[in-house]
Write a protein that binds this ligand. Structure first.
Ligand SMILES: [Zn+2]
Length: 411
């Protein structure tokens, strides 16, 4: 007998999309959720009951007051619901924090690199800290996500160019992470991805990129420049996960030498060491590049003309790079990571002017360029990666079914 899709089946298929809307804050009430999903009120009620029974959300039956129109139940993520472990590896060490749904990060723990900074030891240290934090928390931990400062080639999940980590190119870090989790007895899904990609995803869901349809994200950590594109809520990865390597765009043919072998790449013309060099300052190996770049920004704010000239020099090259990407991708919003946000604040008119002068779409469309809103976007993005299986199918990921609306004993 041909079986048509029944209402409960449709309800199950909508659990993930419904949770994603509540997770991102896009559906604060059941009536908003009902229209966003295009389902009946009864179906929306069954969906929210199911998510509540899974311990993922709370449904406040008291109608939201003070609004016009039909009152509706308020929806929120359940603060005592499951968590994931979010981790980030960076040039100076690694960071781990537990994260609830709704982009709620607990206090992150920063740790130094192990003595042997090869991928196996570093990934094992990350897993150990995640296991420790999960064991100290009463909530159920359902996944581990890790942001790494290297492009990750798909489908083998190999580190392609960990230029600032000294990891061998081609290291199979996805498998290494799974091995480390198995050895530590961590029996939940574990996954890793490029840090700029994950930061862009987090800014799109919870930060300055909310509502953008074609979000371009440009960022710099301690060294180098990364980029990512989120289209209709999904990362544009390219054929092998390596799209949007904006760092290797040439922005000055007579510029600085890049570790990639080229000259004048955005990577070396618009990162913290580039600002130090433009200001004529020697890098101090005892201090982080970010701190030394902040000192140049502070001096410029205090009226130091040479520091301001250095900022203008770097802003011109950053603007050239952004303009080139705008011409090709036609984004509707550009979000800048922390260092570039500081440059934008130090040259609020110059950067948009350079971008507009050098880009056709920038000139006629005035693409907004805004600072990132999240305190730790890479870590928040690692949490998004860990939540992916739950957002795709909550029942499958959490080992349901709960089905509270059905009578006990009913099939
Ligand atoms: Zn390069």
């Amino acid at each position: 007998m041909q079986r048509t899709q029944t209402s409960p089946d449709r309800g199950r298929a909508a659990l993930g999309p419904a949770l994603a809307l509540i997770h991102s804050g896009a559906a604060p009430t059941r009536s908003v959720l009902t229209s966003a999903l295009g389902v009946t009120r009864a179906t929306a009620g069954a969906i929210t009951n199911e998510l509540e029974a899974l311990g993922l959300i709370t449904v406040d039956a008291r109608p939201a007051g003070g609004t016009r129109g039909r009152p509706s139940h308020r929806l929120a993520v359940d603060p005592s619901g499951p968590v994931v472990a979010a981790a980030q590896i960076h040039a100076d060490g690694f960071t781990v924090a537990l994260a609830g749904l709704g982009g709620r990060l607990a206090e992150p723990v920063d740790l130094p690199m192990p003595d042997d900074p090869g991928p196996a030891r570093v990934l094992a240290a990350v897993v150990r800290e995640a296991v420790r934090q999960a064991g100290a928390d009463h909530r159920r931990c359902v996944g581990l996500g890790l942001a790494v400062p290297t492009p990750v080639a798909l489908p083998d999940r190999t580190a392609v160019a960990a230029m600032y980590l000294d990891w061998p190119s081609g290291a199979r870090i996805g498998e290494e992470l799974e091995r480390a989790a198995a050895e530590a007895g961590l029996r939940v899904p574990v996954e890793l991805a490029n840090d700029a990609n994950l930061a862009a995803l987090a800014e799109h869901r919870h930060g300055a990129g909310r509502g953008a349809r074609h979000l371009l994200y440009i960022t710099s950590g301690h060294r180098g420049v990364g980029g990512a594109l989120v289209v209709d809520g999904r990362l544009h990865t390219g054929s092998a996960g390596l799209a949007l390597e904006v760092g290797q765009l040439t922005v000055d043919p007579n510029g600085r030498r890049c570790p990639c072998g080229s000259i004048g790449c955005l990577d070396v013309e618009a990162d913290p060491p580039a600002l130090l060099a433009a200001a004529g300052r020697e890098a101090d190996p005892a201090r982080t590049m970010v701190d030394q770049a902040r000192a140049v920004l502070a001096d410029a704010a205090a009226g130091d003309a040479r520091a301001q000239a250095a900022i203008d020099h770097v802003v011109d090259r950053l603007g050239l790079g952004i303009a080139g990407v705008i011409n090709i991708l036609n984004p509707d919003r550009i979000v800048l990571g922390a260092f570039h946000s500081a440059l934008l604040a130090a040259a609020p008119e110059r950067l948009p002017q350079v971008v507009a002068r050098r880009s056709h779409w920038g000139r006629c469309g005035e693409v907004p360029i805004v600072p990132a809103a999240l305190a730790r976007p890479e870590l928040a993005g690692a949490a998004e990666l860990a939540w992916a299986p739950v957002l795709a199918d909550p029942l499958e990921a959490l080992g349901g079914p709960a089905h509270p609306p059905r009578a006990a004993g009913a099939p």
